[in-house]
Ligand binder design. Structure first.
Ligand code: GCO
Length: 483
């Protein structure tokens, strides 16, 4: 497990509760035309980003190091591809106005971004860094001036290192640390920001950070993993309550990564492995939030979480969210392996015959039906709130052509086909109310550094020059109603 990188782990992670066996290969290119108006006038179209991936300015204006600033420098930087760090990244901290202009040029009306805890409360708790708050005030105002709705994620994986030094998510105190942070951010921005997400993909930062050890803080410990899961689940619900208390007319959600699930074949051990993986990838955070408790019947290891629960905790896991953000990239084809705790791994797409054309830079299969499948599956939960697709996108190698453009044919086709599948789910009655592309511009892709490019905008990291890619130009036309 230790030497798995995220691309490899994404074969484990990445992926929703449908069990089926390898179906035929789906067409990559769309076979039916659709338009923006098919989604209705109130459907939200946005792009998503995260502070640690775009801002840079890692030590500027009073910001303290986040867990990613430190993790990316550990062991001479060898935890991150090409020893990249998030120090400068897209320099969004200084360039946000121009970047929001580009977002507007592509005709999006939502900008999803996260606030960096270590910029706002450099000691994690206590003292407030006014310069940090000024920055987010300016970003929010710059959105509103351009008629862009700001959608804010409170936590996108970047806990202050100072709190990590005290155990981070594995220390129960994180619940009160987060409470203070969330309270301060929502009081300050809540007069102008009405759309909030508590957490980004908790499975990723708990499992990759504490079980696989490939993301910050890079630990491998079952105990720490289970504790971090429980504390994160408490925070997920508590964060919702804080927003409800502090922000009038708030639209409150949280985001969950999800993938449709397949097993290698119908042998019992592979099907059981797929069910465990389904718990980890899809069910672990949504079910407690919906008042169903932890899904430990299909992954018995989770029963140990009881050891870390205090009296009354059971009643603190649920929250009545206004929406759930689902984030989908690929599917999981799972088999049983001798990997402790989970005893399962998602197979590399080439192992089950996926052609190269349909495999992204992250080694993820392009599987558009998967987004339809997860939307259908999640919508079957009792009491499931409306859904927003808060992330969907892909990394392919890009180049700037002689004509100065980035002709990213595969990315454009990817978006067309996935969005068509979102429409299919919507037309079959799934209450999906928005779609946010991942992501605005090429950025720091965690342990993969700057190599995989996910942006609708190409960034030259030497000059900070931006070019809207053909995929971004397609959105521009589509969202103008011209395509
Ligand atoms: C996630 C994160 C993003 C990633 C994106 C591509 O979903 O993992 O929200 O930060 O960059 O998913 O891997």
């Amino acid at each position: 497990m230790q030497d798995l990188n995220r691309r490899a782990f994404s074969k484990i992670i990445g992926l929703s509760g449908l069990s089926a066996f390898l179906p035929g290969i789906s067409p990559f290119l769309p076979d039916k035309k659709f338009t923006k108006s098919d989604f209705g006038p109130d459907f939200k179209w946005g792009v998503a980003t995260a502070a640690a991936q775009i801002e840079g300015a890692w030590d500027v204006d009073g910001k303290s190091p986040s867990v990613w600033d430190v993790f990316s420098r550990k062991k001479g930087g060898k935890k991150i591809k090409h020893r990249d760090t998030p120090s400068v990244s897209c320099d969004f901290y200084n360039r946000y106005e121009g970047d929001l202009d580009l977002l507007k040029q592509m005709n999006f009306d939502v900008f999803r971004f996260s606030t960096a805890w270590s910029r706002l409360l450099p000691e994690g708790i206590g003292r407030v860094n006014e310069k940090g708050f000024d920055f987010y005030d300016r970003v929010v105002d710059a959105c509103l001036e351009r008629s862009i709705e700001p959608w804010v994620t409170l936590y996108h994986w970047d806990i202050p290192q100072i709190l990590q030094d005290k155990g981070g998510w594995a220390n129960r105190d994180v619940v009160s640390w987060f409470e203070e942070y969330a309270d301060k951010v929502t009081r300050r921005l809540g007069d102008r920001v009405k759309n909030w997400m508590v957490l980004n993909e908790p499975t990723a930062f708990t499992a990759l950070g504490y079980l696989a050890g490939i993301h910050a803080p890079g630990k491998i410990s079952a105990k720490k993993f289970l504790k971090s899961v429980h504390h994160t689940t408490l925070v997920q619900a508590l964060g919702g309550k804080i927003i409800r208390d502090n922000v009038s007319d708030a639209n409150i959600g949280t985001t969950i990564s999800c993938s449709s699930m397949y097993s290698k074949n119908d042998k019992r051990r592979h099907v059981a492995a797929m069910k465990r993986m389904d718990v980890l990838l899809n069910r672990l955070y949504i079910e407690p939030a919906l008042g169903m408790g932890y899904p430990s019947e299909d992954w018995r290891f989770l029963r140990k979480i009881r050891r870390y629960m205090e009296e009354g905790d059971e009643d603190k896991l649920a929250f009545d969210f206004d929406f759930i953000g689902l984030q989908n990239y690929t599917r999981a084809n799972v088999k049983h392996v001798l990997l402790p705790y989970i005893w399962a791994i998602a197979r590399a797409p080439e192992k089950y015959g996926v052609p190269e054309l349909r495999i992204t830079e992250m080694n993820w299969e392009v599987y558009p039906e998967g987004i339809y499948e997860v939307l259908k599956t999640f919508s079957q939960y009792k009491n499931m709130p409306p859904i927003i697709v808060t992330e969907n996108g892909c990394a392919f190698e890009d180049k700037v052509f002689e004509d100065g453009h980035v002709h990213d044919v595969k990315r454009k086709a990817f978006y067309q086909e996935y969005i068509r599948q979102v429409l299919r789910a919507k037309q079959e009655g799934v209450d999906v109310r928005g779609y946010f592309a991942w992501t605005l511009m090429d950025n720091f892709e965690w342990a993969e550094g700057y190599e995989p490019r996910f942006g609708l905008i190409h960034v030259d990291f030497d000059t900070q020059q931006r070019i809207i890619k053909d995929s971004g130009l397609w959105f521009k036309d589509f969202l103008a109603g011209n395509d």
